[in-house]
Design a protein around this ligand. Structure first.
Ligand SMILES: Nc1nc2c([nH]c(=O)n2[C@H]2C[C@H](O)[C@@H](COP(=O)(O)OP(=O)(O)OP(=O)(O)O)O2)c(=O)[nH]1
Length: 142
């Protein structure tokens, strides 16, 4: 095998934009993925796939409205870090934004449950493997 030869089939790159909503106490919102979906029952940061023509910030604003029923603006999103993880069948690239300014009370419109969690407690929750490297950035920030 030459050094240039790929070791596996090329996989699709999936761009997902996610957001750590932060409350006045410095807690972060996590949401439990619905039954029947990939990674069901795991706790994730709200967000979703970036659709054609959208910026990642626009995706977050749209997903927060759809998933949680809250309103925010792209100017209220600050980039924090990103996840890059190989799942079976695709590579996930997921920018993580932080949002402290939003209108409304988050409701679990598409998730099983929501929880406000201190960043140093996030490791107590079963999160997708891509998310583990994000936690230290939230601990440092908050
Ligand atoms: N929103 C979000 N997705 C995450 C996180 N960590 C992580 O690995 N993912 C993965 C799970 C999914 O493969 C993908 C998010 O896609 P999605 O939520 O829009 O789509 P889905 O799997 O619910 O499926 P679909 O029905 O919308 O197609 O990113 C996270 O913290 N937040």
């Amino acid at each position: 095998m030459s050094i240039d030869e790929p070791t596996s089939q090329p996989r699709k790159l999936l761009l997902v934009a996610a957001c750590a909503l932060v409350d006045a106490d410095g807690r972060v919102l996590i949401a439990q993925r619905p039954e029947g979906k990939q990674l069901a029952g795991m706790w994730e940061f709200p967000g979703g796939k970036v659709e054609a023509g959208e910026t990642p910030e626009e995706t977050v604003v749209r997903e927060l409205a759809e998933e949680l029923g809250i309103e925010t603006k792209t100017a209220c999103l600050a980039p924090l870090t990103f996840a890059s993880h190989s799942y079976e069948g695709f590579n996930l690239l997921m920018p993580l934004f932080v949002c402290r300014r939003f209108w409304g009370t988050p409701q679990p419109l598409e998730h099983q449950a929501l929880k406000w969690v201190r960043p140093n407690k996030l490791r107590d929750y079963d999160m997708p493997p891509a998310d583990a490297p994000l936690i230290p950035f939230l601990i440092d920030l908050l």
